[in-house]
Write a protein that binds this ligand. Structure first.
Ligand SMILES: *Cc1c(COP(=O)(O)O)cnc(C)c1O
Length: 379
């Protein structure tokens, strides 16, 4: 160690940081597999913590990256020509209505930066995706968190929370972390009540998993009628490209134009662009993903019912299981068995829950066997 190390010095400028930034609660990611391996020297680890695709990704995507390695020294196409063309065909939407992002996370943040600032209100639901609160706080806007109903969005209450100061509303359907969903009728009633000057972001990160459910709807079908609507989706979940960070927003071209002014010129890297473009051409992989998820969800639900563990019914690729006061201890015990799940909160209404991503059949079985072992031999 050198005598001078930045970590030994004090840092008076930190206290002078933007007040909004100092107020942010940092996003807590799922524990990486390597980290658990280092800590416990386990041989078998099942990561069911970050709603990733247990099948990996499409071979078409990995092949596309291999073919693109020779281009690594060059900047990517800042307009994402091929990806946008692919998305345009896939979604049946004009290219000028599409913006791509470094994950849909980036787009969720950019939307806040485009539309909200100090003195403005941003509405989102209690127990919704953590990024909405972070994005709101980062731009210094006032967060209006509407109490959840049955762990999901209370759309009537959210519409009633709109004031003259409201600039933006974030909705996740299905929602993360709770897995809840609202249907077409509720959605249409909600949209009919929202003033046209208020931006509605419909985050459909888990769209593919819920398509076949009762009363399901596709947010894209409402863009023509609502120029204040932004639909976001991602390649991180059903397309299995979480590491690459690619997502997109679909909206009125003027909104897309505003987002494009603010985004970094090369926000989506070249590997991500080629892989996502190729992944769109592999609907069989996505279909297999949806079927695997459906079967895994049934496998877990019947196990939980059999063992009288309660859970929040989910329309996504994860499920929240209620362990009451034992949730933190259960999380630790599962880690020792090589199973990484996601605790949702230290305190409050979500503290009793662990969120478990649906894995492959054998990963799900690993979780269930670990759970049985822990329940039989409580520490
Ligand atoms: C995972 C997730 C996203 C986006 O993830 P990216 O990897 O940034 O595309 C967005 N919204 C919700 C609700 C999510 O769970």
């Amino acid at each position: 160690m050198t005598e001078y190390s930045p970590s030994n010095a004090s840092c008076p400028v930190a206290a002078k940081a933007n007040a909004a930034v100092k107020g942010i609660h940092p996003y807590q990611p799922g524990k990486p597999i390597d980290e658990l391996q280092r800590e416990y020297h386990l041989t078998r680890i099942s990561k069911l913590a970050s709603n990733e695709n247990p099948l990996g990704s499409s071979h078409k995507a990995t092949q596309a990256i291999q073919n693109a390695l020779k281009d690594m020294g060059r900047y990517p196409d800042g307009h994402g020509f091929y990806l946008k063309r692919g998305l345009s065909e896939h979604l049946d939407q004009p290219e000028e209505c599409i913006a791509t992002g470094n994950g849909s996370n980036e787009l969720l943040e950019l939307v806040a930066r485009v539309f909200a600032g100090p003195g403005d209100e941003v509405i989102y639901s209690q127990h919704a995706f953590a990024v909405y609160a972070i994005s709101t706080q980062a731009v210094g806007a006032d967060a209006v968190e509407v109490p959840a109903r049955n762990w999901g969005h209370d759309l009537n209450a959210m519409a009633a929370a709109v004031t003259d100061q409201t600039r933006l509303i974030y909705l996740a359907n299905p929602n993360n972390p709770t897995g809840t969903r609202f249907g077409k009728r509720e959605w249409e009633t909600f949209m009919s009540k929202i003033p046209p000057e208020v931006v509605v972001v419909l985050d459909e990160a888990y769209f593919e998993y819920a398509q076949s459910r009762d009363d399901a709807f596709n947010g894209l079908h409402y863009l023509g009628r609502y120029p204040n609507l932004i639909v976001t989706r991602t390649f991180s979940k059903a397309y299995g490209l979480a590491a690459l960070r690619v997502g997109y927003a679909v909206a009125h071209p003027e909104i897309i134009h505003l987002i494009n002014r603010l985004r970094e010129p090369f926000n989506v890297n070249h590997m991500a662009q080629v892989a996502a473009t190729a992944a769109l051409k592999d609907p069989v992989f996505v279909q297999k993903t949806i079927e695997t998820n459906h079967q895994g969800m049934q496998q877990l639900e019947s196990f939980l019912k059999e063992h009288q563990l309660s859970f929040i019914p989910s329309s996504a690729n994860f499920i929240c299981v209620d362990f009451g006061e034992k949730a933190q201890a259960m999380n630790e015990a599962l880690l020792k068995e090589g199973v990484i799940v996601r605790p949702l909160a230290q305190t409050g209404e979500l503290a009793p829950f662990l969120r478990v991503s649906i894995g492959t059949f054998s990963e799900n079985r690993h979780f269930m066997q670990a759970l049985m072992k822990i329940l039989r031999n409580p520490a």
